[in-house]
Design a protein around this ligand. Structure first.
Ligand code: BG6
Length: 492
């Protein structure tokens, strides 16, 4: 079990808490990671009794399928560790109550005073709540203190810097855990292992042998009920600034000198330092922005983005981004990293594909008279695994080539159940391991890459392209690769 701790969860009645955080905590409890010495204090505006809060947690576990009939005893035990404090987070006086409740729980369970402050609240409250944590003296004097902070971390470099300055008045960088839940995914963590533990990848992992890298994260859902947030964010801030760039970093980083948190993060940051930043006039040629219009997904008709509830009928918010990135260092000079992400695409999938350079086309050909390139796919979702496409002789023919696939599917094995991203990240935080959280310099460099793009868009320097729901984005996204003599390879 991890060290004893009190988790003060701000935003405990919110969507993220219900969908992801309670299930993650319950699973950590069932696995014995939380042990018996822990407490979860939910904090939110709603007026709820302790038992009503326990009921809310129970309902969310059931609703999202995380409680089976045989787990009643475990639930009863877990529920005993949950308490609730109703609070108006903008009022300083509210924090006295939170503090007292936390202290009560600490004495009830004999905890040493380690505290996690988990902010799963409106981003506008990140700064103010942190200051109230200081002024209300919520930081524990006896044990460690850690701040977990959800995205978005700012909306551009400037606001991110302001937020960082504010929270740095209360927490040291080593105490701050900025969440990017993609870093908690099994296969994202596996990228490093695949690269640095296999003799046949690392020697080829450079611009001599790799033609391009393609990273896709597609979703079938539309904006759902999140227009209030999404209208101001768009796919660039929602997905590219964080998740997509994190995957780029994992693919492109140099091997760290040791498997230590700061050594790994140092290498990741170097990738962002080498990432080419586009000037406003270069944006249109390298970044495609799209917005879905009405279409159909798996036979179901859906409305366009501008018709969605609470979305402006003239909205210029992008629901799709694809881009061609360059990492200007010795390893990657000249190798495009194509990324694409969007809502209302044909499938929900996250996958990274490496296209290798072709061998000289002189000995063997397929039936089209050429040779298919070797492809390596790292599948992150829904399958977790890797797949390698090779050329081989079509059996029974005279030298006709056909691509064959070597496919390893990790979660296809019976009983295999990899921990969910949040489960892993909360465990890391309890253990004081911040490797898979984002450091301030990563966040700031990611914004510095993104800002000129959003600026160019705000100035309408490049067009917003419509794409029908259920397609792979605007045609421009395909043209961008065609111009480079390649294409988006299908995801699985
Ligand atoms: C979140 C975004 O960070 O990631 C959402 O805010 C998006 O818009 C989600 O749907 C995708 O995460 P996943 O794990 O389902 O790929």
């Amino acid at each position: 079990a991890t060290e004893s701790s009190t988790i003060i969860l701000f935003g405990a009645t919110g969507d993220l808490a219900r969908r992801k955080l309670f299930p993650a905590l319950f699973r950590l409890f069932k696995r014995g990671i939380l042990g018996e010495k822990f407490a979860v204090l939910g904090v939110a505006r709603k007026d709820l009794s302790t038992s009503a809060f326990q009921q809310l947690v129970l309902d969310s576990l059931k609703e999202f399928g995380h409680l089976s009939g045989s787990e009643q005893t475990e639930w009863d035990k877990f529920a005993g560790h949950l308490d609730y404090a109703s609070a108006d987070l903008t009022q300083g006086s509210t924090y006295q109550n939170i503090k007292e409740r936390a202290e009560q729980m600490e004495s009830k369970f004999g905890l040493q005073g380690n505290r996690i402050f988990y902010l799963s609240i409106a981003p506008g409250l990140f700064g103010p709540v942190t200051i109230h944590i200081k002024d209300g003296e919520l930081r524990s004097a006896k044990g460690w203190n850690r701040l977990v902070i959800e995205k978005p971390f700012g909306r551009d470099f400037h606001s991110a810097q302001e937020l960082n300055d504010t929270i740095s008045q209360v927490f040291r960088e080593e105490e701050i855990y900025r969440i990017d839940h993609y870093l908690g995914k099994e296969m994202v963590q596996n990228i490093e292992v695949i690269r640095f533990a296999n003799a046949f990848f690392e020697p080829l992992w450079n611009n001599r042998y790799i033609s391009n890298v393609q990273i896709t994260s597609s979703e079938t859902v539309g904006v759902e009920e999140r227009a209030g947030y999404y209208e101001k964010s768009g796919a660039l801030r929602d997905m590219v600034q964080n998740h997509m760039l994190q995957m780029v970093m994992m693919m492109a980083m140099e091997p760290p000198s040791r498997l230590e948190t700061e050594a790994i993060r140092d290498e990741k940051v170097k990738v962002l330092r080498s990432l080419r930043r586009y000037k406003q006039e270069e944006v249109a040629a390298h970044v495609v922005r799209g917005q879905y219009v009405a279409g159909s997904i798996k036979g179901e008709q859906v409305v366009g983005y501008r018709e969605e509830p609470s979305v402006s009928p003239a909205s210029m918010t992008e629901t799709f981004v694809s881009a061609k990135l360059f990492i200007d260092n010795f390893r990657w000079a000249g190798v495009p990293f194509y990324i694409r992400t969007g809502k209302r695409m044909p499938v929900k999938a996250t996958e990274i594909l490496v296209q290798f350079k072709s061998l000289p086309n002189i000995l063997y050909f397929n039936k089209h008279g050429n040779l298919e390139p070797n492809l390596l796919s790292i599948r992150i979702y829904p399958q977790e695994g890797i797949c390698f496409q090779l050329n081989a002789k079509k059996p029974g023919t005279d030298g006709i080539l056909a691509p064959i696939a070597m496919d390893f599917c990790q979660n296809c094995e019976a009983g295999f159940n990899s921990p969910e991203a949040y489960e892993r990240l909360i465990q890391d935080c309890l253990e004081g391991d911040s490797t898979f959280f984002t450091r301030w310099d990563e966040v700031s460099l990611a914004w510095k890459f993104v800002d000129p793009i959003s600026k160019a868009w705000a100035d309408e320097i490049s067009e917003l392209q419509p794409y029908p729901a259920g397609t792979w984005g605007p045609q421009q996204s395909n043209l961008m690769l065609q111009q480079d003599d390649t294409k988006w390879w299908p995801v699985h």
